[in-house]
Design a protein around this ligand. Structure first.
Ligand code: ADP
Ligand code: ASP
Ligand code: MG
Length: 472
């Protein structure tokens, strides 16, 4: 492997970091500053903020017969993209760049019409639509960089990242992707030059466009960094790195200077939207440092993700919140000692294609409870009831019950491992505010403790627990 100094830098800009003329201007300045300092720079960009939502919402509406939604979405997208083209792309190249944006918008309209005629939006069709957002932002960002004298060229991710055909959340084929990265991306890297790649999208070996899941541009950057391999990956976003809590919910949240791979994986899994959960693994396995930085405050504090870190016992690093969940409870005296209840319960849930976020079972075995997304509640309850129809008829299982409107609050920190008294601190902080804990779960890794509380208590719980997090 090339020494780090001879390796390129991968930088990813999120939707808000390219979502307005002023934001993209910041992004361009950042790239321009770095371009000469590395033996090549790869820039991965998201779609302009809100674009993916707009595209997908309109496509789904079209499939329901509302073609006007596509027209309205096109107009809104045109305005947002035009504002950037007008202020960051000089007059001469502008018509060319605008033609490319228009070409993608035409594709969007055609796909929308097809969906309206078919009365169906397939996962494959939705991926084709969603990918257009990143393709449009690449066109603008490349031109905006060139306008500032940065030699930049675009390279479509469908050319380099190969995945299976699991549309909506495709799995990368690392070997096939590595070969393409080596053949098509590496030769373009030179000191001072910048290659701009759309995040989020990839393609099957046959060239059908796929996406890596919502928020997947982080993952694109991490994959490219691992496959190159890069010297470092910088994720540019709209906050000062990974913070002790979502700053929108806890205004006095602070930046965490250093986090371990395990901690950030738990944080991402339990709802800290700042990094896509799958992002960290490829870069950590390749031993590549990953930094999360603020596009709007580039000299400000940032977070470095490391493989291992020095742990201070008792230290809680961050708290997260996931909303819109339901707690499902399977209970009954007759369950006592009946083997396979848990296995059958979760087989029934898996059969509905629902992912379970948290499981908690009392030692008496009289009840099992677990958390699923609120939108899946009805389907899951019906599936579990069907699986235990005989036991319910015999009254061995009393009922399958759902508690709506709950949230998961998770505390994360390697320092919680083997440290007694943490649960006590958590319960007294919540007790002091009169917040009731419905269920609690701790993974065997002891890096995270999750609490289930009523939705109405969610933000208060977060704020009550935040003082338990510490700096450093
Ligand atoms: P991007 O478009 O740059 O990918 P995202 O919206 O996906 O940005 O992620 C950044 C957002 O994540 C922040 O604006 C913040 O509200 C949210 N967030 C949630 N939890 C955290 C956390 N612990 N630290 C930082 N940001 C967080
Ligand atoms: N634009 C995509 C999304 O909103 C991917 C990303 O921004 O990471 O999900
Ligand atoms: Mg994101």
């Amino acid at each position: 492997m090339a020494p780090a100094a001879a390796r390129p830098l991968v930088m990813k800009f999120g939707g808000t970091s390219v979502g307005s003329p002023a934001a993209m201007r910041h992004a361009v300045d950042i790239v321009r500053r770095e371009a000469d300092r590395w033996p090549g720079v790869v820039v991965v960009t998201s779609a302009l903020a809100g674009t993916t939502d707009t595209l997908l919402r309109a496509a789904k509406a079209a499939a329901q017969g509302d073609l006007d939604a596509v027209r309205r979405a096109r107009q809104a997208l045109e305005e947002a993209h035009w504002a950037i083209a007008k202020s960051l792309v000089p007059t001469r190249p502008r018509p060319m760049v605008w033609m490319e944006v228009q070409r993608h918008l035409e594709t969007f309209e055609s796909l929308g019409q097809a969906m309206a005629v078919l009365g169906e939006a397939t996962p494959r069709g939705l991926d084709a639509v969603a990918a257009l957002g990143e393709r449009m932002s690449v066109a603008l960002l490349t031109a905006a960089l060139q306008a500032q004298g940065v030699p930049a060229e675009a390279l479509d991710a469908a050319e380099v990242l190969v995945t299976d055909a699991h549309f909506g959340a495709a799995h990368p084929d690392l070997e096939a992707s590595r070969q393409r990265v080596q053949a098509r991306l590496v030769p373009r890297l030179e000191p001072g030059r910048v290659v701009v790649v759309p995040g989020f999208l990839a393609a099957t070996p046959e060239g059908v466009v796929t996406t890596l899941g919502r928020g997947g541009s982080d993952y694109s950057a991490a994959l490219l960094a691992a496959l190159l391999p890069a010297a470092e990956v910088w994720i540019w976003t709209d906050v000062d790195g990974v913070m002790s809590a979502d700053p929108r919910l806890v205004p006095n949240a602070h930046t965490i200077p250093e986090l371990s791979y395990r901690e950030v994986a738990e944080l991402a899994y339990f709802g800290a939207k700042v990094l896509h959960p799958k992002t960290i693994r490829p870069v950590i396995e390749a031993g590549i440092p990953l930094r999360v930085r603020n596009t709007f405050h580039p000299q400000g504090p940032s977070t470095l993700i490391v493989r291992e870190r020095q742990v201070t016992p008792g230290q809680i690093k961050a708290i997260t919140l996931i909303r819109d969940l339901s707690l499902i409870i399977v209970e009954g005296r007759g369950m006592l000692g009946v083997p396979g209840v848990a296995a059958r319960t979760f087989a029934a849930v898996a059969g509905t294609g629902t992912s379970v976020l948290l499981i908690s079972q009392a030692s008496s075995e009289q009840s099992i409870c677990f958390i699923v997304p609120g939108a899946r509640q009805r389907t899951v309850v019906q599936a579990v009831e069907a699986a235990f129809a005989a036991e319910i008829a015999r009254r061995d299982i009393d009922r399958v019950r759902a508690m709506e409107d709950v949230v998961i609050v998770t505390l994360v920190g390697e320092g919680m491992r083997h440290t007694p008294g943490i649960a006590g601190r958590i319960f007294s902080a919540l007790g002091a505010r009169g917040i009731n804990v419905i269920a609690i779960a701790q993974g065997a890794s002891e890096v995270a403790i999750s609490l289930v509380v009523a939705a109405k208590d969610g933000q208060r719980a977060l704020q009550a627990l935040h003082p338990l997090t510490v700096d450093g």
